[in-house]
Design a protein around this ligand. Structure first.
Ligand SMILES: Cc1cc2nc3c(=O)[nH]c(=O)nc-3n(C[C@H](O)[C@H](O)[C@H](O)COP(=O)(O)OP(=O)(O)OC[C@H]3O[C@@H](n4cnc5c(N)ncnc54)[C@H](O)[C@@H]3O)c2cc1C
Length: 320
């Protein structure tokens, strides 16, 4: 079995940045690249320092290229199972088994889109979830928000900051409170509750309602629910919160000893830069525990063989 200081499962922003930091810390790292990142359907990523507007595939290629000088092995393939083994973890992936002293899960989430016909095909193109990511290209145009409850109300008020032509589509009876209706009325967002038959259009979103009415929008925003993309955190017994995100402390440590998590799959804000930042913090924390473990092992070896000449155990080991 190949042995690594750390195995990183997932090559999105969180995993790539963690690999950069751990490789740069002279750790032997295996980075498992299981396929497209969450934003793969989008043409461009926004709010990304020095790379604003780059295609998600380009961001990933650049992230992989940055790893070249470091002791990071990148393998395409999915991590299939993981179990505690020999003080670390044995992990089965598409290329075989690997041993990891520490494990970093950065497997992301899967967006569960509403079942409106025609919506999935437009996801990331003319149907978006986040005005901070896709609001600027859609500014001052005809925008729709799909949502029937509190999150629809909240998203409609946010999107309104990018355009004064916003309509809230509830696709059937809504659950808005009178107060929420009043908020929307005050900023000029009409509420349409007619059920939607399907979405059409290439560069615009043509909404066809069940009653035969039509509405053309430049873009549609919605707030999808999400599930963990990988079963690994659950199979390891990582604690999850009410939104099915992996619970981590401020260093990215999960409830399972030796396992860290970062990026969208945790409660971290869901942006490329936040995911990258949380990957970095998790990598530093993970590496700090390796430093301490190496110091302990060196100390144990020193005390066990007093007769043999050897260098004294290193002191310190605290990482900033
Ligand atoms: C349509 C869309 C557009 C977006 N636009 C923007 C934007 O403009 N700006 C912005 O800041 N954010 C944007 N986001 C959010 C952004 O994509 C995420 O915040 C970011 O991708 C999170 O990075 P991550 O590394 O946590 O997860 P991900 O990017 O989802 O990466 C996780 C990786 O893990 C891999 N993986 C999963 N399971 C396994 C396994 N078992 N074995 C191996 N690999 C595995 C996946 O294949 C994936 O490559 C957008 C999101 C969407 C959906």
């Amino acid at each position: 079995m190949e042995r690594y200081d750390a195995v990183i499962v997932g090559a999105g922003a969180a995993g790539l940045n963690a690999a950069l930091v751990l490789g740069g810390s002279r750790r032997e790292v295996l980075l498992l690249d299981g396929g497209p990142t969450r934003n793969a359907a989008a043409r461009a990523a926004h709010g990304v320092f020095t790379r604003d507007g780059a295609a998600p595939t380009q961001l990933k290629s650049l992230g992989l290229a940055d790893l070249a000088p470091y002791p990071v092995t990148v393998r395409p393939g999915v991590a299939r199972e993981v179990r505690p083994w020999d003080g670390g973890f044995a992990l089965r992936h598409d290329g075989g088994w690997a041993f990891a002293r520490r494990l970093l899960l950065v497997t992301g989430v899967r967006d569960v889109l509403p079942g409106v016909p025609g919506l999935r095909e437009r996801w990331g193109r003319t149907v978006h979830h986040c005005p901070y990511c896709d609001g600027w290209p859609s500014r001052e145009s005809a925008l729709g928000v799909l949502g029937s409850h509190q999150e629809g109300h909240h998203l409609a008020l946010s999107v309104r900051a990018w355009s004064d032509r916003v309509v809230l589509l509830t696709n059937g009876p809504d659950e808005l409170t009178n107060e929420q209706r009043e908020d929307l009325r005050r900023v000029g967002v009409p509420v349409v509750s007619t059920p939607i038959r399907r979405l059409e259009g290439k560069d615009t979103v043509r909404v066809r309602f069940r009653d035969g009415e039509r509405l053309t929008l430049d873009a549609l925003f919605l707030n999808p629910t999400q599930v963990q993309r990988s079963h690994l955190p659950a199979s390891l017994g990582c604690a999850m919160n009410a939104k099915s995100r992996v619970v981590v402390n401020e260093h990215g440590m999960t409830s399972v000893r030796g396992v860290w998590a970062a990026g969208d799959m945790t409660g971290a804000p869901q942006y490329v830069m936040s995911a990258a930042a949380s990957g970095m913090l998790a990598a530093i924390s993970l590496n700090t525990t390796l430093i301490h473990e190496d110091v302990r092992r060196a100390g144990a070896a020193f005390h066990k063989s007093p007769g043999e000449p050897q260098s004294p155990p290193p002191s310190g080991g605290e990482a900033s």
